[in-house]
Design a protein around this ligand. Structure first.
Ligand code: R5P
Length: 296
């Protein structure tokens, strides 16, 4: 108990200063309607200065096994900590391979389903409960959503259940637009899928870059992060990041185009220069090349 002897009288009421309201972060779309704890977690994901994020997706093993570039997560992740804002992975990967000293946001993959051996990956379940997400100090829970696929309705059910528990405990949900072999990749499709996910209540949506991306972003009332997709040459990947940011995306959630790069650390930094630093893709690529030549 506080010592009552010698207590100083409270007198600094600053009567001439308007109440500040203690707002945490205001440059992230949709954040004003969220409770304090959820805003706080959103500010662990989106840099409060830029309102943007660089997320590293390394959750591929949940259906692909030991993906190229992710063979040794214990060696890769420490190289990239400090270069990205958020690590997006599975609970198995976090518990075994990610140092708990990682000073970045945590996006936890909570949906799971069949392996790549199955033709149809759209029948997922919610594999991680909210208690474990809390134990892992998750800042967001990621759920795959298969609009237009056989498992569409199940995936909306998964999404809704995760959003409901996330709202109960203040953890944002990241709805991930899935694209399968038979599924469309058109602006019309991405507009439909992103808007549906936001309207279900997800606080963040991950989708692929497409033509007319600015319309996809305009119609989505929560922040959109751009997925990386399959590995392409570094300059091409950086151009996509640049165009995505120019279209109003709130950042990226990239996997293979970072960890399958010849120099993942330099690639992560080049991406961050575009997302947070406002650089164009040409300058970011020059940075990538210079760092790689210098052996950084
Ligand atoms: C995608 O939907 C899954 O979350 C992936 O495992 C991952 O995020 C894909 O990342 P990328 O396409 O950039 O390799």
């Amino acid at each position: 108990m506080a010592d009552k002897d010698g207590m100083k009288a409270a007198k600094d009421y600053h009567l001439d200063v308007p109440f500040s309201g203690g707002e945490i972060i205001n440059n992230v779309r949709g954040i004003k309607g969220l409770d304090w704890g959820m805003q706080k977690r959103m500010s662990n994901i989106f840099n409060p200065k830029t309102g943007k994020t660089v997320m590293l997706a390394f959750d591929h093993g949940y259906f692909m096994g030991s993906t190229s570039g992710l063979e040794r997560l214990d060696l890769l992740i420490p190289q990239l900590m400090g270069k990205v804002d958020v690590l997006m992975g599975t609970r198995g990967a976090f518990r075994t391979c990610v140092p708990s000293t990682a000073n970045c946001g945590i996006a936890l993959r909570v949906s799971s389903g069949s392996s790549v051996l199955d033709e149809d990956l759209s029948h997922e379940v919610v594999a991680v409960d909210i208690a474990d997400a809390i134990r892992l100090d998750a800042d967001a829970m990621a759920v795959q959503v298969f609009i237009g696929a056989e498992g569409e309705k199940e995936s909306i059910d998964n999404l809704s259940r995760v959003i409901n528990s996330g709202l109960r405990y203040g953890i944002p949900t990241l709805g991930v637009v899935a694209v399968g072999k038979q599924m469309e990749r058109t602006p019309k499709y991405f507009k439909l899928a992103t808007r549906m996910i936001a309207e279900q209540g997800a606080q963040i949506v991950k989708t692929y870059y497409c033509e007319n991306m600015e319309e996809v972003v305009a119609a989505c009332p929560v922040p959109i992060v751009i997925a990386g997709g399959k590995k392409v040459p570094e300059l091409e990947a950086l151009e996509m990041v640049y165009r995505g940011i120019q279209s109003g995306a709130a950042g990226v959630d990239m996997g293979r185009n970072v960890f399958q790069s010849e120099n993942p650390a330099a690639m992560a930094e080049a991406v961050a220069r575009i997302v947070h630093g406002g650089e164009d893709s040409k300058h970011a690529y020059e940075y990538y090349l210079d760092s790689t030549r210098a052996g950084k």
